[in-house]
Design a protein around this ligand. Sequence first.
Ligand SMILES: [Zn+2]
Length: 113
Amino acid sequence: MKEDGINEIKTETLVLSPLQKAPNPLKGLPNYLKEPKNYKKIQKVIVEAGSTPHSHGEIGEWAKCVKCSRAMWNRKETMKKLGFKNSVQYFLWKKTMDTLVEYLLWKKTNLKK
Ligand SMILES: [Zn+2]
């Protein structure tokens, strides 16, 4: 994992986002998690931490598998290390960032010139 850039804080302010009126699930998160430029990178780190080469057909099998359980744990730990309080906050972050990234892209293509 490349660490460079992750602590760089150059925030394209979230105030520009149409999300500002919604309860902000990003509140309290470290700044690098709020940086749209870091989104893909962080997302990748978390997904990779929780991935195994397995694909279990049934949820029950998956839960009994030691490797998959460990990957799940690893993923939670990675989330914590990155600054998420829990997985709910992670999912809200993901949703918000998806929208934000889309919005910024839209802004870039539509409001230029
Ligand atoms: Zn497994």
